[in-house]
Design a protein around this ligand. Structure first.
Ligand SMILES: [Zn+2]
Ligand SMILES: [Zn+2]
Length: 256
């Protein structure tokens, strides 16, 4: 009895040991995979944040008369506020070419500095398509195709309803254009208003204003109605392309 009982104990112990080892063998790669997935999500959120910061800078301090940047970035941006769906006429290359160049330069710089990792490559790849993701948020399901529509419904890409909130009122909120994740948090924390306060206290620079009204001149396009309707252009824009750009003052008059 005694030796038999001992054998049973040893067998149980051996099995437990083997089981623990097997679990550890599976848990190792699973943990690694979970870690990689988390890093990927953080990179995507970083792209979203970068899109928001760039967009906020354009909308808040951009001047259409700035050499080069004014013509290439600020004027199209104002036109987009005035006529949200007009930029859909641009080709993919026209919309994404500049960001693809920036992404390539970023990867090259990271490589030259020996800092190149897959995170940088993913950041550059997704970031270079930020404008395309933005365009999808302005298209109706027929225009963007079933796959993109599905990815939006799965909240893997920013939805028209989320982006539509930027196009309502003074276009001074919901600046991130890649996912639905960051905008609510940034708005709740009033991050953009706090940053504007910081910029004003540090550099004396105020958000641009409309000389006629003295209010923010982000290129007001639409107001009221469903936010998704604003994004997909089913609400009528109230301003026209030329007038939105013309109403934005020079930096010297951009004080409130
Ligand atoms: Zn905007
Ligand atoms: Zn838009």
């Amino acid at each position: 009895m005694f030796p038999a009982s001992l054998d049973a104990v040893s067998l149980t112990s051996a099995l437990t040991h083997t089981h623990t080892h097997a679990l550890a063998a599976i848990a190792g790669p699973a943990r690694e995979l979970a870690g990689l997935a988390l890093e990927f999500v953080l990179v995507v959120l970083l792209v979203d944040l970068a899109s928001g910061i760039g967009h906020w800078l354009e909308d808040t301090y951009g001047n259409p008369d700035t050499p080069l940047i004014g013509r290439l970035v600020i004027v199209p941006n104002l036109e987009h506020h005035a006529q949200p769906r007009a930029f859909l006429a641009k080709s993919w290359l026209e919309s994404c070419g500049d960001l693809m160049l920036a992404g390539a330069l970023l990867v090259a710089a990271a490589w030259a500095l020996d800092l190149l990792t897959w995170h940088v490559v993913v950041f550059a790849l997704i970031g270079s398509q930020a404008n395309q993701i933005h365009k999808w948020a302005h298209q109706n399901p027929r225009e963007k195709g079933a796959l993109v529509h599905l990815l939006q419904r799965m909240r893997l890409l920013q939805t028209p309803r989320e982006h539509g909130q930027h196009h309502q009122g003074a276009t001074d909120s919901h600046y991130c254009t890649v996912t639905n994740a960051l905008n609510p948090l940034l708005e709740r924390l009033r991050v953009w208003r706090r940053l504007e306060g910081l910029v004003e206290r540090t550099f004396g620079l105020r958000p641009r204003t409309d000389p006629a009204t003295g209010r923010r001149a982000a290129g007001r396009a639409v107001s009221g109605g469903l936010s998704s309707a604003a994004a997909t252009g089913t609400l009528r824009a109230r301003t026209t392309v030329g007038s939105a750009a013309a109403r934005v003052p020079l930096p010297s008059s951009g004080r409130r």
